[in-house]
Design a protein around this ligand. Sequence first.
Ligand code: ADP
Ligand code: MG
Length: 247
Amino acid sequence: MSETPVILQTRDLRKSFGGVHAVDGATTTFYEGKINGLIGPNGSGKTTFFNCVTGMIRPDSGTITMHGRNVTGWAPHRIARAGLGRSFQLCRVFPRMTVLENMLAAVQPASLREYIGNAHHRRTVERARAMLERVGIDHLENSEARDISYGQQKLLELGSTLMTDPPFVMLDEPAGGVNPSLIERIAVLVRELNSEGTTFLIVEHNMDLIMSLCDQIVVFDRGAQIAAGTPDVVQSDPKVLEAYLGV
Ligand code: ADP
Ligand code: MG
């Protein structure tokens, strides 16, 4: 993939919690316009890496470069403004708001006046409804988020992430705890958005999903990259088998 533009690079990234080296010298490259995957056994540092890259936690050392810009240590809102949308491993929806209200809350109005302005509000509602249809939960728009299933909440979370039209979307375990038909819906949506130009970085435990969805996969073990390449290359790498089987 040497000619493909790079969207995200980390160099010797490290983050420890007490004596635990969660991310331990991660040097990685992810590509623009692709569906990138990050896999690894439980506890291999994927979520910590994800949180460093999205600015949720500050790495102890190393660098993070996005679109060629050094964004190490930037706050999440600044990274988001630089073009990164994100979704959370733990579902973050407002439980007592309706599905539609959750979608509207994802959009930061430029000003209160703009928000109150009817035309703007109408456009935002239309967009929210179109997005709900796309993620397949438009029939639930008036339900409170706490009353819909966990899988539907994940779809709501994905939909609200997409409300701001981010060019780069990072998802941490979008399929975790989601039933197979909803996983398939997520996969279809990711493929569609990718064909429209959205870059993805998907951290996932579900190997089948990652292998069928991703163009390029980075494999972590013990906080660092042990392999990278296309699904075929990664799957036949003995280091990867070893990490997963724990030999
Ligand atoms: P993964 O997402 O690949 O399962 P994590 O990044 O969640 O891995 O965890 C990597 C290691 O760091 C694990 O040993 C985990 O217990 C530890 N860890 C993660 N977050 C914290 C934290 N906030 N405090 C202490 N240890 C943590
Ligand atoms: Mg994790």
